[in-house]
Design a protein around this ligand. Structure first.
Ligand code: ATP
Length: 229
């Protein structure tokens, strides 16, 4: 195997109704920036779920940080998952908690909510432009604020890899540029970034900011897209 932080080797996946992904091989090299595109229903979310271990491949081998996840026990898996920050398509906030509490939740769950975290949290929320919204509750937030909060929550444990599922799905162009810029900044900090999107204009806009590879799911396989986007 190679040296990717996440490596898929001839992975296939099926939910029970026929194969959705077939013989998918790809490597996310440390510090790389990838887009994953393809039509609705092609399997982008499914592929991300495989990458962060929420789904196990039907066949093939998946390595995360050099560990074969088929032989990884629960504790090791939990540690591996902490190295991968995920921005989910639907954000998934707890409405009764404040924005700050929601974003800090991964720290609490992982037992890292000790001294100094308030400072880090404030700094992180300032970075995504939500420094003045710490006490707001999720239903009070706009779509763009929710997406930025989801990004903050995904990186609060300082993961090595950031996987973002349609992070600009429900926001206007200006906000999608702002979110893209944050993801590019994370990549410049050394994080490996993979963004699933069907927004080709976002991919075009990224080209002037970052050296991104574009993967496309077509006919159950993942291919490297050409320069014709
Ligand atoms: N838990 C599940 N059980 C059965 N089928 C599922 C499940 N989750 C997804 N699917 C199906 O798998 C296919 C791929 O879904 P997936 O969400 O991965 O696609 P996608 O490319 O991310 O789509 P979109 O762009 O619309 O978000 C779809 O046909 C979907 O209905």
């Amino acid at each position: 195997m190679g040296t990717g932080v996440i490596e898929l080797d001839n992975i296939s996946y099926n939910y029970g109704g026929g194969e959705l992904l077939s013989d998918v091989s790809l490597q996310l090299q440390p510090g790389s920036f990838h887009f994953l595109t393809g039509p609705s229903g092609a399997g982008k979310t499914t592929l991300l779920k495989l990458c962060y271990g929420a789904l196990l491949p039907t066949s093939g081998r998946l390595m995360a940080f050099g560990e074969d996840i088929a032989t990884t026990d629960r504790d090791q898996m939990a540690l591996l998952r902490r190295r991968i920050g995920v921005v989910h398509q639907d954000c998934r906030f707890l409405d009764h908690m404040t924005l700050a509490e929601n974003v800090a939740l991964p720290l609490m769950v992982s037992g890292r909510g000790e001294n100094g975290t308030q400072e880090n949290l404030t700094e992180l929320l300032g970075w995504v432009g939500l420094g003045g919204r710490l006490e707001a509750h999720p239903p009070e937030l706009s779509g763009g604020e929710r997406q930025r909060a989801a990004l903050a929550r995904a990186v609060i444990l300082s993961p090595d890899v950031v996987l973002a599922d349609e992070p600009t799905g429900n926001v206007d162009w200006e906000m999608s540029q702002r979110l893209l810029h944050l993801l590019v900044e994370l990549n410049r900090m050394g994080k490996t970034v993979l963004i699933a999107t069907h927004d080709l204009s976002l991919i075009r806009a990224a080209k002037s900011q970052v050296q991104a590879r574009v993967l496309r799911i077509a006919q159950r396989r993942v291919q490297l897209a050409g320069a014709d986007l």
